[in-house]
Design a protein around this ligand. Structure first.
Ligand code: CUA
Length: 188
């Protein structure tokens, strides 16, 4: 019976290969952590931090998300809140108005499937889940019209589901909001 000879050369090759893999895996981990830090700090990523529920059966009849309460509201103390509802396959309102360089709080929900939206190249980005209120606060720095597409696959009409966001200078926004309870840029 021949014992298998101890092959030092093969052992060295295996060790070298394992070391290279360990370096590659370590580099991938570092890259992923760096991506999380960069998106978190530079893009101010907003992870969900709370749970707020809403009854989808009564959404259209009473409460915060009735049609007449959707759009942009300016409180007495100057706080700006945008309320919207997503359904297959549109957002309501279809055109939102917000002031530039001002904190804007979004409150939104869905009536049917899971939807979501992102606004232009800003960090305004959320999922909309039936029965839950999604909310976040952000500021817009670039006046103009931005596209707001649905970014969760929600059915056959998904790719045609979007709204627009009109970012106005603070003066233009103030002039437009004067005497109006709920603001939008939907043509009447
Ligand atoms: Cu709504 Cu995709």
């Amino acid at each position: 019976m021949n014992a298998v000879p101890h092959d030092h050369a093969a052992e060295a090759v295996a060790e070298g290969a394992e070391r290279r893999w360990a370096i590659v895996v370590g580099a991938i981990l570092l890259l992923l952590v760096a991506m999380m830090v960069v998106t978190g700090v530079h893009w101010a990523a907003m992870p969900p931090s709370r749970v707020e529920t809403v009854d989808i059966k009564t959404l259209h009849i009473a409460g915060e998300f009735v049609e007449s309460n959707l759009g942009t509201a300016v409180d007495a103390d100057g706080k700006v809140t945008v309320r919207l509802v997503a359904q297959q396959y549109s957002f309501q309102p279809q055109c939102l108005v917000v002031p530039a360089d001002t904190p804007v709080t979004f409150r939104a929900t869905s009536t049917d499937a899971i939807h979501g939206f992102v606004i232009g190249t800003t960090n305004a980005n959320t999922m909309l889940v039936p029965g839950f209120v999604s909310t976040f606060t952000t500021s817009f720095h670039q006046p103009g019209m931005a596209l707001m597409p649905c970014h969760e696959y929600c059915g056959t009409g998904h790719e045609a589901m979007w709204a627009h966001v009109l970012v106005l200078s603070q003066d233009d926004f103030r002039a437009r909001a004067r005497g109006v309870e709920r603001l939008s840029c939907v043509p009447r």
